[in-house]
Design a protein around this ligand. Sequence first.
Ligand code: NAD
Length: 297
Amino acid sequence: MTEKRIDGKAFAARLRERIGERAGEFAAKAGRQPGLAVVQVGEDPASQVYVRNKHKATVDAGMESFEYKLPADTSQDALLDLVEQLNLDNAVDGILVQLPLPNHLDEQSVIAAIAPDKDVDGFHVVNAGRLATGGEGFVPCTPYGCIMLLKDRLGDLSGKDAVVIGRSNIVGKPMAQLLLNENATVTIAHSRTKDLPDVVRRADIVVAAVGRAEMVKGDWVKPGAVVIDVGINRIERGEGQKAKLVGDVDYAGAEERAAAITPVPGGVGPMTIAVLLRNTLVAAHRREGITLAGDGL
Ligand code: NAD
């Protein structure tokens, strides 16, 4: 019997290995490694951890990592100048500006300044539009990772009843769009949804992307459903003890009824960086006009 727990960590490790092999093949053909530029403004502690992890994963996958650490008081113009310079730099295939930016900076106009074909985060409106209309672009990493896990577990998603809880631009909305592209019947639930437990109870696929610890209870889950928990919530455990991470789903309760479920940590989380590398690899191939066989990897 297949294990109920969907091991995103192991899946992501295998994906990163395949990406590493393809990056090597790309370098042999193009005479350069795929390159990812990561821009961080200020010293937000969580962002620093993410940026460090991205750098290591990029180098481990045989890609070049360009890091730009700018002071917290960097002006909007200076940041836009850097983005423009990276847009023009041929060694850079992907550009990621680590969010959140300090309050005085306008995130939307910074994202809008990134060349859509280097927007490996998939946040640019052009890429959101391409996802919505079936064009070839970049999809935000976290929902793309979720759809990979779902397809790996379920195969064909066609006709499945899917509920996405959360409607953010970076997770909920692109997630719903990806499920629709796989011919699922999709409901997007959010903070104003009425009778959320009943909405969730009819779903074959539940994706929770809310940011509320263990909000989705076990008895909301239809027996046999597949549950993808995107939430990352820190529960402080008092002096001297490390905070605990929990998802948006009550794992113990949901696991009893679900056919499969992602844990937190070790489920969706590790997929995000792996897909960022995948998007960078795809960007490099597109920019050099080199075919990447099976770019779903
Ligand atoms: P967000 O705050 O932008 O959006 C949350 C969404 O939840 C909103 O659309 C809101 O309508 C909905 N919501 C809020 N309260 C609700 C309620 N009571 N009932 C139903 N819906 C409700 O958050 P986000 O950026 O989409 O992230 C969601 C969660 O996923 C967070 O915990 C975040 O940390 C996590 N996350 C994880 C990764 C990863 O790599 N695993 C990546 C991005 C986000």
